[in-house]
Ligand binder design. Structure first.
Ligand code: CTP
Length: 401
């Protein structure tokens, strides 16, 4: 999807080793349809060449303020005016300090000072430099001046230290840009809680009962809600997926933990979307030590878990919207309508595991949206598109109620 068509993004690349990651970020933004202009500091150009960015963006990459063959007149002002958003990444301590004090002594800092658009900065540096109070003060100053500061990630840094200071992955940076430019902010100020993925119910320290849910559908819903500006919590069971950036993530393992997390979030939730595949049963006892095999068969006593969606339906406040999911292998509509009624939900997104392309782990789904008023079967589409259709319908129904 060319979600950034018609948008002008200026990437400000400064002189940290993470500058090399910006090639991928630039490429991602170009693929999303954005007009990408890269402005580099001279130090950044020591880590990665302007030619790399020029090839990826098909545009001149500017380093020197006084370059004469640039396509704009009074280049820094024209570029600043053309930009819908500026992302400075990686932002070194030095450039952060300059920006925090209005110093404009090269093309990048001049463009940023001249721009009125949204500005994002992704600090990336050695942990000690980042934690130095002067850097922290400068970051706080940037925030005061309206910059959105993207928190650095933890991990192994190029200097060999392990700690905070890594530039987040290109997908995260692109998501931050998308969050500002890609959609109408129809969920601005709306608090959305999404549950996703499977739960795991321990049997002993080694084994658990679970299901095949990958979390892809729930994560797609979480991403779409984030792009629409929601204030969002994603409560995720174990899933091998990267959560959308800018979303508060709570990781849980068992149905009990998911229930507790939903109970905490629900009172301040406007829209609850329960895409998680929650276990209905858990082992009645969890062995403290690994269970050893014996001759003959074995059976496991199971007890019911709480039905989280049903709890939410019983404990809802006026104005809250609750959407459940339903996966079936037969009698999809009949079984899903029972869930809608029994769990007092406003909507159920149902899918039949036997429909080609609508099963576990794939990137597509064919959902049928059930509400007390009717049923709408959507064709097979990507999970991202299905998430958008689902949220369109939820927004429409909230407006009507
Ligand atoms: N759900 C829940 N808590 C549970 C079980 C399910 O909140 N303990 C929610 C799921 O997140 C989903 C909806 O209920 O939104 C329907 O889940 P599904 O597994 O399809 O149906 P169940 O209600 O578990 O019924 P059954 O397993 O008998 O089909």
């Amino acid at each position: 999807m060319e979600e950034l068509r018609g948008k002008c993004v200026v990437l400000g690349v400064t002189g940290g080793i993470a500058a090399y990651k910006m090639a991928d970020t630039a490429h991602l933004l170009v693929k999303m349809g954005a007009e990408v202009h890269v402005v580099m500091t001279e130090n950044a150009a020591r880590f990665i060449t302007p030619l790399t960015f020029e090839t990826l963006t098909n545009r001149r990459c500017v380093v020197d303020t006084f370059a004469r063959d640039f396509q704009y007149d009074v280049a820094h002002v024209s570029l600043a005016k053309a930009a819908d958003l500026i992302l400075i990444a990686p932002a070194t301590a030095n450039v952060i300090a300059k920006l925090a004090h209005g110093i404009a002594d090269d093309m990048l800092t001049t463009v940023v000072l001249a721009a009125r658009c949204k500005k994002l900065a992704a600090p990336a540096m050695n942990t000690a430099m980042l934690e130095n109070p002067v850097t922290q003060d400068n970051i706080a100053a940037l925030e005061r001046y309206g910059f959105e500061v993207i928190a650095p990630a933890d991990g192994l840094l190029a200097c060999g230290d392990v700690g905070k200071g890594k530039l987040p992955p290109p997908e995260d940076l692109a998501d931050r840009v998308l969050r500002h430019l890609a959609r109408e902010k129809t969920l601005e100020g709306v608090r959305v809680t999404v549950t996703a993925g499977p739960t795991q119910e321990a049997l002993d320290p080694v084994r658990f009962l679970s299901n095949h849910s990958s979390g892809k559908m729930g994560y797609a819903v979480a991403r779409e809600a984030m792009l629409r500006g929601a204030e969002e919590t994603l409560i995720s069971g174990p899933a091998a997926l990267v959560p959308p950036s800018g979303v508060q993530v709570e990781r849980v393992v068992s149905a009990k933990e998911m229930f507790e997390a939903v109970q905490r979030a629900f009172p301040t939730t406007d829209i609850l979307i329960k895409a998680a595949a929650v276990a209905d049963y858990r082992p009645a006892a969890v062995a403290g030590d690994k269970l050893k095999k014996h001759t003959g068969d074995m059976s496991i006593a199971l007890e019911r878990t709480d039905d989280i969606l049903a709890w939410a339906g019983q404990n809802r406040h006026p104005g809250q919207f609750i959407c459940g999911f339903s996966m079936e292998t037969r009698d999809l509509l009949e079984n899903s309508r029972k869930k809608l009624e029994n769990k007092k939900a406003d909507m159920i997104a149902a899918n039949d595991l036997r429909t080609a392309g609508a099963g576990f782990g794939v990137d597509t789904n064919a959902i049928t949206i059930l509400t007390p008023e009717g049923t709408e079967a959507l064709p097979l589409m990507s999970k991202a598109e299905a998430a958008a259709r689902l949220l369109d319908e939820i927004e429409r129904r909230r407006l009507c109620s």
